[in-house]
Ligand binder design. Structure first.
Ligand code: XIL
Length: 446
């Protein structure tokens, strides 16, 4: 398969490229920026005209017939999508509605450093091929976090993040950037650095401008601020170094800096336990509304959706997304996985497995029902790579593929939900392309 060979060769060339260590200093803002591309440009609608480009692929420069992502800013400097192959008919990307992307992560860094396998994304060509064949968006799992990008004060190491972005460009896949402002996975030099407020403000500004400008035109959605509220809706002023030392006002600065560097990217808040209407999401709602009121370029709200079969599901997800939608924000499911208690075989009970598959579909259904929910990302593909077992002892089985990339019932309920939504029940029941998943769901009693 020539395109797979091309992709492998291109990725290998990138991985071989020298370590990108640069000194700090922001590149200039895009002078031609015309405001966020998000609102309107990518909105999914049943009546949206058919694009003549690559079916199932998001908008990209270089893909014929596709509106250019870079219309609201500069073009991505990491290559073009020319020659990208179409996703397979039975992939998730191909059956998503026009304008909606189905994402996964580029696994690597973080907990993988302690695993007995090398980082999946840079080291496993088969893994990359599965991602390219099935998905239309990718989030670097750890490579855009401070601990990955910032080996020392004033230094940047972009090697791994560049490779993901360039690979995504070549395959006409969207990128979600994650994350610029967070309390977790920060380097020790920062957390223990004893900097003054003025110094921290300058360090943060340099980081946001340097990173966002580097990937301007390449990253469609940025998780600008991650997990800034506790469950009871209080700002994390103790754990989050920026909020603690600089106060909440710095949030306005961070969104403004990011917007200046890439006016085409949609800028998100992102959090867990942020699916339903609760104290935490009330706090986000109020904060975002107040910021919009004073012209801060907040553009989206992401519900991570790390769910567990141990807990019930708050079905106010759709209503929650609708209220952010009504504020004019994009919404997204940014990190879904559905875990549960596992036995020695690493699997949940058949009942929990079926319940998890249904829950995936339920969350997707909610997103499909909300106009501005145009991005749905699963936090991984293979169970073997998932962060869940290392973080939630005794739980696992949370993702949508297992073994040698075999599709699980949770993959198939997503496929069915998308096909029924875009093409109707008849297509799902009769199209040969979906017979494998029909069989898997039959067997699972789904
Ligand atoms: C996780 C990664 O998957 C792990 O590899 C890492 O060790 C820890 O972080 N919310 C987030 C993600 O916003 O960045 C987290 O990712 C999962 C929870």
């Amino acid at each position: 398969m020539p395109s797979a060979i091309f992709r492998r060769a291109a990725a290998a060339a990138l991985c071989a490229s020298a370590l990108t260590l640069t000194m700090g200093g922001a590149a200039g803002a895009d002078p031609g920026g015309q405001g966020p591309h998000g609102v309107g440009a990518e909105q999914r609608s049943a009546n949206a005209p058919e694009h003549a480009g690559t079916p199932g692929r998001p908008d990209h420069a270089g893909t014929p017939g596709r509106p250019d992502h870079a219309a609201g800013g500069e073009a991505c400097r990491f290559g073009s999508a020319e020659g990208a192959s179409e996703p397979a008919r039975d992939s998730l990307a191909a059956v998503a509605p026009e304008g909606m992307v189905i994402g996964t992560i580029a696994a690597g860094g973080g907990h993988h450093a302690d695993a007995d396998y090398p980082d999946p994304f840079p080291d496993d060509a088969e893994y990359r091929d599965v991602l390219a064949a099935d998905f239309s968006s990718v989030t670097p799992e750890n490579y855009l976090k401070w601990e990955s990008l910032r080996p020392a004060e004033g230094e940047y190491d972009f090697e791994q993040a560049d490779a993901v972005v360039a690979w995504a460009q070549q395959n006409a896949i969207d990128v979600r950037g994650h994350a610029l402002f967070w309390h977790s996975q920060n380097p020790d030099w920062l957390e223990d650095g004893d900097y003054s407020a003025e110094e921290l403000h300058a360090i943060l500004e340099d980081h946001v401008r340097t990173v966002v400008s580097r990937y301007a035109g390449c990253i469609d959605q940025w998780d600008v601020a991650n997990e800034i509220f506790t469950g009871d809706g209080q700002l994390r002023t103790e754990e989050n170094i920026w909020l603690r030392e600089l106060g909440p006002e710095v949030l306005d600065d961070v969104f403004r800096w990011a917007h200046e560097e890439d006016p085409g990217a949609t800028l998100f808040y992102n959090d867990y336990n942020a699916e339903g209407i609760n104290a935490k999401t009330d706090a986000y709602y109020e904060l975002a509304a107040a910021q919009l009121e004073r012209g801060v370029p907040v553009g989206g709200f992401g519900a991570q959706s790390h769910l567990s079969m141990q807990y019930g599901f708050d079905d106010s997800l759709q209503a929650n997304m609708e209220r952010f939608d009504a504020l004019g924000l994009k919404t997204a499911v940014t990190e879904i996985d559905v875990r549960g208690t596992i036995g020695e075989d690493g699997q949940m009970s058949p009942e929990d497995r079926a319940g998890a598959a249904e829950r995936y579909a339920q969350v997707l259904d909610a997103c499909l029902a909300v106009e501005g929910c145009t991005s749905f990302t699963v936090w991984g593909t293979l169970d073997e790579h998932s962060w869940v077992p290392g973080t939630f002892p005794g739980e696992g089985d949370a993702l949508i593929m297992e073994g040698d990339y075999e599709r699980k019932s949770s993959y198939c309920t997503l496929q069915r939900t998308l096909v029924e939504h875009t093409e109707g029940a008849e297509s799902w029941e009769q199209d040969e392309a979906f017979s494998a998943c029909r069989g898997i769901l039959d067997q699972a009693g789904l």
